[in-house]
Design a protein around this ligand. Structure first.
Ligand code: PEP
Ligand code: MG
Length: 748
């Protein structure tokens, strides 16, 4: 960097900072700033364009252009040179602006006499705020130092914008984080919620973007970088138990943290007058803008690493931890890039909704959100950049849509939707003590799925007959180590106690595939959903299975016990698992401990193969529960986690229903109890179809019991079966239209 420009730059930045300290409204400050910059850069024009809304830039202040154009001249994102700078996040530097492709002439500004143009983005950590432009009459290209210097100035403007320096009533100057923004993600858990943003990791606030003493700032930066490097080295030393991917991320961190270029660029920014914090943010923003343009998935993934490192560095420099001391707002909606199941569980039911940038339908966070019945939207790209703690937010878990700082009309419509849902819930709650019977008196047992202690209060409130599926893996997923037998026994006992005599069907550990324990050595499997999971893992490594079975036996304290094994593909697997359970019961008996007064052992039918098992299997199995989530994915060969295909095939497809009927027939022949516990059991149309075909026990999330019971009580399952059969006889591919038409015709 050239010395002259360094001291010029420092003087300019200090003056900019002083404008923050002086009284006046946002417009005064902007006007003074454009004047200062034009003077310092020795250009005739300096203009500041800020976003009016996410698609429109507005000229908010100018030195040199026609003042009448201020707050009148606007351009779309990508339009003209200014729009291009805003869209790409990269500077535009030209000696002959009118000759540039895409140049847009704006007569009201009087800019035609200016030939050279330099525009740089005003952006902060990937968030676009506006564009800073200088123009001059003589046709010259700005030097690299000048471009760099203007970028540094823009960084200070970005921080000042963030601090609210330019808000004011004159002309409604665009302040960051004020516009309504809609995010289109995917559904993680249905439901609608209105609340206020609670950032899981709030952004660091940089209160002083300008540094007075470059040497002192560089010393602070060096110290923070050394601490950061040491922290990462420590993490790598402790990474022996991590999986390959986690280690790779750490290695990438290490490379970045030790990168000389990164530290050198930040030092140069400090030489030009930025504080250490602002220098970190500037490099983060610049690199972000570059990486975001890249089509290379690997490079884009590095964005996360860069953000993480920069945030760590900022926290070291500012001393701001994750805990900012802010109070959880009323009706908090958690907004995060991602969150672990244990952390989500810590927040618990306090949360009205959860919005994640990452995640997947089967992720642990999604499993917990579902267990807690909290609306969840995943894949809401960049929301952590936009949202501020306390911002109003609407979460539409049904559509996978989030409205941040919504317009009043949107909020009003949304409230109607929530009110309708609440109304329906109330109606369902009134049904709590009514039997789940159809008009003809056919009874269907409605059970609930659970996996956390937190679910159990719903047992009474939902009107469920018991717990048809207790997913034991959640207790393993939310811990950082394998839970001990005593802990599990105490927990299972509380579950059985809470059920007050109602049946609880405990499913043994279903891990592997998408459910990977944080402390389990992950297996590299090309196709984990069809890999080493659930009972396969339990039989091959029986230690944990035996420990869990012992805990269940002890928890029963001589009361009845129901255990089911997940993902059984062959009778051999079921027999081996059952034998293990019986051995453990014998062992407990030998030790003089109480054993279950009544033992029921079942299998989850989640692979088509089990439906074709010999009769002896069905005869030897106390009950079968159809795990429709898995069964359907294998029946149609359509990955339940893959957004492209997971909704492609209809559960009411005649082929799938025919298959389900075969299972019903086989269970009936051997008098084996049958239930259905996949997600479809909680969807009223699907639930009634299964019941009409003959499955009279359905297990679902607690919130679905009301809607299913409501519909069931209005229907006649025999009539519905006739409608289904008539449709099938007519050669349809799916009976959905016939079922929907029948249900729509019901009275009441
Ligand atoms: C299923 O597969 O339908 C099921 C209930 O199990 P999970 O969703 O836990 O795999
Ligand atoms: Mg399953």
């Amino acid at each position: 960097m050239v010395d002259r420009s360094e001291s010029d730059s420092r003087t300019l930045l200090r003056r900019l900072r002083d404008t923050l300290a002086t009284p006046g409204d946002g417009q005064d400050r902007l006007d003074r700033i454009t004047h200062l910059i034009a003077h310092s850069m020795r250009t005739q024009v300096c203009s500041i364009y800020l976003f009016r809304d996410p698609e429109t830039l507005e000229l908010c202040a100018t030195e040199g252009l026609n003042p009448e154009a201020v707050h009148k001249t606007r351009m779309r994102l990508g339009e003209g040179l200014v729009g291009r700078v805003a869209r790409t996040g990269q500077p535009a530097n030209t000696a002959n602006a009118p000759a540039e492709p895409g140049f847009r002439y704006m007569p009201e500004t009087g800019e035609e006499i200016y030939s050279s143009f330099l525009g740089v983005p005003i952006q902060r950590v990937g968030e676009k705020l506006g564009v800073l432009v200088v123009q001059s009459r003589e046709a010259r290209l700005f030097s690299d130092d000048e471009v760099y210097g203007l970028e540094v100035v823009a960084m200070v403007l970005a921080e000042m914008t963030e601090l609210g320096a330019f808000t004011g009533d004159q002309g409604g100057i665009g302040a960051a984080h004020r516009f309504p923004v809609m995010f289109r993600g995917s559904t993680g858990q249905e439901g609608a919620a209105e609340g206020r943003v609670w950032l899981h990791e709030p952004r660091v606030v940089v209160t002083n973007p300008v540094g007075d003493d470059p040497d002192a700032e560089k010393a602070r930066l060096d110290e923070a970088v050394s601490t950061l490097q040491a922290q990462i080295d420590d993490m790598l030393i402790g990474s022996a138990s991590m999986d390959k991917e986690q280690r790779q991320v750490l290695e990438a961190y290490k490379m970045l943290a030790h990168s000389r270029g990164w530290v050198r660029r930040m030092s140069e920014d400090i030489d030009l007058g930025l504080s250490a914090e602002a220098a970190v943010e500037k490099e983060q923003s610049t690199a972000r803008a570059r990486l975001e343009q890249s089509t290379d998935a690997y490079l884009r993934e590095r964005l996360h690493d860069l953000d993480d490192l920069s945030n760590r560095l900022l926290r070291l420099l500012t001393g701001q931890g994750k805990d900012t001391g802010a109070e959880l707002p009323e009706n908090p909606v958690l907004v995060a890039r991602n969150i672990g199941p244990a952390e989500l569980l810590d927040y618990g039911r306090k949360l009205k909704g959860v919005v994640l940038e990452e995640g997947s339908v089967g992720s642990h966070a999604a499993i917990v959100a579902r267990a807690l019945a909290i609306p969840l939207v995943i894949h809401a790209a960049r929301i952590t950049n936009e949202a501020l703690n306390g911002d109003p937010i609407l979460v539409d878990g049904d559509q996978g849509i989030v409205h941040l700082r919504p317009e009043e009309t949107v909020a009003a419509a949304f409230r109607d939707k929530i009110a309708m849902q609440a109304e329906a819930q109330k109606r369902y709650a009134d049904l709590r003590n009514q039997p789940a019977v159809d008009r003809a008196g056919n009874r269907v047992s409605l059970m609930m799925n659970a996996g956390l202690m937190a679910d159990l209060p719903s047992l009474k409130g939902s009107g469920a007959d018991g717990v048809g599926l207790f997913r034991t893996e959640l207790q393993f997923l939310i811990r950082s180590r394998v839970p001990r037998r005593g802990e599990l026994a105490a927990l299972y006992k509380r579950v059985i106690d809470a059920a007050q005599g109602a049946k609880v069907q405990f499913r043994t550990l279903d891990i592997g595939s998408d459910k990977v324990l944080p402390y389990m050595k992950p297996q590299e499997e090309p196709n984990p959903a069809m890999g080493w999971r659930a009972i396969r893992l339990g039989l091959d490594k029986p230690g944990v299975l035996r420990m869990q079975l012992q805990a269940l036996i002890r928890a029963s304290e001589g009361r009845p016990l129901s255990v089911m094994f997940p993902f059984v593909a062959t009778p051999d697997e079921f027999n081996a698992a059952k034998a293990t359970l019986l051995r453990e019961i014998d062992r407990e008996a030998t030790l003089g401990r109480p054993v279950p007064s009544d033992l029921r052992v079942g299998a989850m039918l989640e692979t088509p193969s089990l439906a074709f098992a010999p009769d002896s299997f069905f005869a030897g199995c106390d009950f079968i529960s159809i795990g429709g989530n898995d069964l359907k994915q294998f029946f149609f060969a359509a990955d339940r986690e893959n957004e492209r295909v997971r909704r492609r095939y209809d559960t009411l497809d005649v082929s799938f229903l025919g298959f389900i009927e075969q299972i019903i027939t086989r269970c009936a022949a051997s008098d084996t109890a049958l239930s259905f516990c996949g997600e479809d059991a909680g969807r009223p149309i699907e639930a009634l179809t299964f019941a009409a075909l003959g499955i009279r026990k359905l297990s679902m999330r607690p919130a679905s019991i009301g809607p299913v019971k409501h519909l069931l009580r209005r229907a006649d399952l025999t009539e519905l079966k006739a409608a289904i059969d008539a449709a099938r006889a007519g050669g349809v591919q799916t009976v959905r239209p016939a079922v929907t038409a029948y249900l729509a015709g019901l009275q009441g």
